[in-house]
Design a protein around this ligand. Sequence first.
Ligand code: CTP
Length: 404
Amino acid sequence: MLENKKIVLGITGGIAAYKAAELTRALVKAGAQVRVIMTKSAGEFITPLTLQTLSQGPVYVDLFAPTERYDMAHIALADWADAFVVAPATGNVIGKIASGIADDLLTTTLMAQNKPALVCPAMNDKMLANPAVQENIGKLVRFGYTVLDSGVGELACKTTGAGRLPDIPDILDAIEGLFSPQDFAGEKVLITAGPTQEPLDPVRYITNQSSGKMGYALARAAHQRGAHVTLVSGPTPLSAPRVERFIRVRTAREMHQAVLDCCDDATIIIKAAAVADYRPKTQAAQKIKKDRGLAAVELVRNPDILADLGARKKKGLLVGFAMETEDLLANARRKLVKKNIDMIVANNLREEGAGFQGDTNIITILDKNGQTIALEKMSKTEAAHRILDHVRTLGRRKGSRAKK
Ligand code: CTP
């Protein structure tokens, strides 16, 4: 999504400035063209040479420095860019942008531009909580800037609190969001992802090979497209994406409860989780010892969460997944009808490039209107957007708020 996008990255003088090097590298790796503007104080933390090397382009610092080009840097950069990112953004620069002060190259360029712009505040927790800073952040949002919430954790000043620069993947997601259509604005999307674990004793459990990648990609994509996203996730090693609500569960019954708790106000529910159909009938309180023997494990059925939602469906769109190893389309269509859902995303575990663990998928979308769309192999991120595109099409027909 960032391929060939022209990004002006503004770096200001906080300790997190060193992380801007990693961000620059990640942007270049994603195919973006990057031009860096540093404030004078940013130069106290990181050198222009580092950023020039990583961005493979010029680094601008001084508003009045003569350049090889005759045009004014602030106007030229404002025209060149597709989007602006200020990371890290100190309380000082946030205050200047909010107040219309332009006294260096970065603030002057920001004043001269009208492109999508992302500001990533990073500072000490007390500075962030300062009412003036909070008011200035509010002003930026009103002026149309996207402001990424700071992370919570240990800060450079050794205190713990809000104020950390968000992780680089989260900043990249937010930058991609600048280029995304906001066609899910107003939608409340509930997504489940990952496997469930059904314990047998304190050390053993039944599970499946789901990685959670498809569901997490859907959560990110829906969030980027403006949806309010609740992600209910089974156990995965993936880090939680920045969504409005993240609920971690372990078992199918926990997932069932979490989904029931959240489903009433959801306008779209996407069940990408690989829920274990069975659980051990009993759970031993202590580790089962081998010399006591365990000839067989008695299993009982877990609730079918999707079928349950289909049975009680009142409003909104219901999307399921079908993971098959044979008769893909027939099995998927049978599930679509039996579970009373609007759309099902089918994939064949046996196909190279499809399924649980990898970063790609080969999906076929079937809907209740009889439409079948077979897609070629693509990244799970791209597949997530194609799924959302079809949700939007169905939603438009159904009168949901998902719009053009
Ligand atoms: N699903 C669910 N609760 C379950 C089992 C499945 O909500 N207990 C949902 C999955 O999240 C998925 C869809 O139902 O969206 C289909 O899941 P899948 O495992 O492909 O099919 P099953 O219904 O379990 O049928 P089978 O195992 O016989 O293929």
